[in-house]
Every structure is written in C-alpha cells, then in structure tokens.
Design a protein around this ligand. Structure first.
Ligand SMILES: C[S@@+](CC[C@H](N)C(=O)[O-])C[C@H]1O[C@@H](n2cnc3c(N)ncnc32)[C@H](O)[C@@H]1O
Length: 223
C-alpha cells in the first residue's frame, strides 16, 4: 500500500488499537527522561502525537501536568479513558488535533514533547510544524524531539544509512530518518539545540534490524 495521508491515518488507527505498532515497543523512556530539563512541579507539558499515552504517564510521574494531542479520535478516546481510570483527570487530558495546527493558544506550555511523531510528517510540512511548536511554547520553553536517525544501518528491510533522502514508506505510512544536519536546519532558526545524542535498540521485527534514535532537546530562541 502506498503512502497517503489517509492510509497513514488508517494504519495508526488500527495499529494503536491492536498494539501491533513498531514504535511503542522501543524502550526509549529512560533516555528520553534523562533529556528533560529541570522544570517546576505542575509545569504544563504538551505531548504531540501521544499515541497510547505511555510517555504522558511518565511525564505525570515527574509531577507535570500534561495535555496531549493525536489526530486519531479513537486513540484519544482510549487514552482519556485510561486517564479517567487512573484518577488523573485533574492533571492530564488528550484532545484530537493535528501537529500542523495545534489546537491551543500561544505561549501556554513550559515543554513540548514529540516522541516519534514528526518522523511521520512530510518534509513539505516541517516549517509549519516548527512554527506551531514555537507558537505554543512559553518564552523560555523547551522542546524534546525523539526520532528515527539516519545512523540506522538496517530496519524493516531498509538501509537508512545509505539513503540520500531518508524517506521510506510501508503499509501506507511515511517514515523519515533524520540526520543531525537536517535537525539543525529545520529547527535552528527558532530553537537552540542544547543537547543531542543517539541510542541504538534491538528490533523485535527482525534479529538483523537495529534502530537508532536521535534525541534532541532545544530551547526556544527569543524572537
Ligand atoms: C509512532 S507513534 C508515537 C506514539 C507515542 N508518542 C509514543 O511514543 O508511544 C506516532 C503517533 O503520532 C500520531 N500522529 C502522526 N501524525 C500526526 C499529526 N500530524 N498530528 C497529530 N498526531 C499525529 C499518530 O496517530 C500516532 O499515534
């Protein structure tokens, strides 16, 4: 099945209902947590493309309040059900929304996190995405991005390291593997990247596969 925005949505809707997605099984949590800046208790965090809400639960454990968006309504309903079940409605809520048009006011968040979402947004929309993240962050806000890295040798039958574009698609979904230079180019005008690192993970899909993720924490530049 070729990539199209509609096919991609269908995939996410199905995969996150059945737990058959690839991403959630990558144990990125401890590294991502180690990248978080020191923020005050009750700081407000936006999680973009929150999926099953597992990362949001980690943020709640840090003492933050969390708003999440995901563009699949059934995923959002499921996370909110879980939030209700755990008695966390005072501290967290998910809403349906697209990362390219974040449904929140300007300068409301201390931290925005994107764990594996931007890598599924087409390159033509990256500027718009960056503008939206910048808009909703407070003046001294931070942004954490965790994405597939172009340092990946082999994954799902692809060779991202040898790819000139870093673009792939499978089951109707678009995947981008980022280089450090790309991240700098995409975010550099609006954000100062304060720390960046990589981590390699075994893959459950194929013993030969190893996925490399790039972790970047950035600070909003003053306009
Ligand atoms: C790879 S999953 C990551 C899920 C979650 N962040 C995690 O770490 O488990 C990508 C998620 O982003 C959502 N997504 C993709 N493109 C989006 C967009 N443009 N706006 C909002 N959500 C999006 C998908 O529905 C999916 O839940």
């Amino acid at each position: 099945m070729d990539y199209s925005p509609e096919n991609q949505k269908k995939y996410f809707q199905f995969a996150y209902q059945t737990g058959s997605d690839i991403w959630t099984h990558i144990p990125y949590y401890s590294k991502a947590l180690s990248f978080l800046p020191e923020l005050e208790k009750d700081s407000l965090v936006l999680d973009i493309g929150g999926g099953r809400g597992l990362w949001a639960l980690h943020l709640l454990e840090q003492g933050y309040r969390v708003l999440g968006i995901d563009y699949i309504p059934s995923i959002v309903d499921k996370v909110n059900e879980r939030i209700r079940g755990e008695g966390l409605t005072e501290r967290a809520r998910f809403v349906v929304g697209d990362a390219k048009e974040i449904p929140f006011v300007d300068e409301g968040f201390d931290l925005v996190t994107d764990i594996g979402t931007m890598q599924h947004i087409e390159a033509k929309d990256w500027d718009r995405y960056v503008q939206e993240v910048y808009r909703v962050l407070k003046k001294d806000g931070f942004y954490l991005n965790v994405s597939y890295s172009r340092k990946t040798d082999q994954f799902l039958g692809w060779k991202p390291k040898n790819s000139a574009t870093g673009d792939f698609n499978k089951f109707g979904v678009y995947y981008h593997f980022f280089t450090e230079d790309e991240i700098k180019e995409i975010f550099g005008k609006k954000f100062e990247i304060t720390k960046q690192d990589f981590q390699i993970y075994e893959s459950k899909s194929d013993p030969e596969d190893k996925i490399v993720l790039v972790f970047s924490i950035m600070k909003k530049k003053q306009s």
